[in-house]
Design a protein. Structure first.
Length: 144
């Protein structure tokens, strides 16, 4: 039901780790995610530790889901000397192509403990259903 849109995302992540360059608005970093089906909905969990809730943007256009977030540096005073800074800063993004069988009108989003959780219901039209057979119909026979 979900499809990754960028097969080279993992290579970009490795290159960013080696060079220490964080994501920018024109070339955002990847955010790790898990996705699974739970009953009649798909659940997507994206790791965004240290990102403020108001710095997360979620958009759906047709069947393309886009999540963007920005982790900003912590404001420090002039007399503070940073000894170590390993946590990545910058812009993070993830795009997913959603199947037509998902109801993009009813996506729910929650953010808790640095994890953004999206719940996407399966559309009613995509759920299996029984078809009732009507009563007997009279058929005209040809030639009678």
């Amino acid at each position: 039901m979900l499809m990754r849109t960028d097969p080279f995302r993992e290579l970009d992540r490795i290159a960013q780790q080696l060079t220490g360059v964080s994501g920018t608005w024109s070339k955002p970093s990847a955010m790790p995610m898990d996705a699974w089906r739970e009953g009649d909905e798909y659940v997507i969990a994206l790791d965004l530790p240290g990102v403020a809730k108001d710095a997360i943007d979620i958009d759906v256009e047709r069947n393309m889901l886009t999540v963007k977030a920005e982790r900003r540096p912590v404001a420090v005073d002039d007399d503070v000397q940073v000894e170590l800074a390993e946590r990545p800063l910058g812009v993070f993004s993830r795009q997913l192509v959603l199947a037509d069988t998902l109801d993009t009108e009813r996506i729910r989003a929650d953010y808790d403990a640095g994890v953004l959780t999206l719940r996407i219901p399966i559309a009613e039209r995509a759920k299996p259903r029984k078809i009732a057979i009507g009563g007997e119909a009279t058929h005209k026979q040809i030639g009678t």
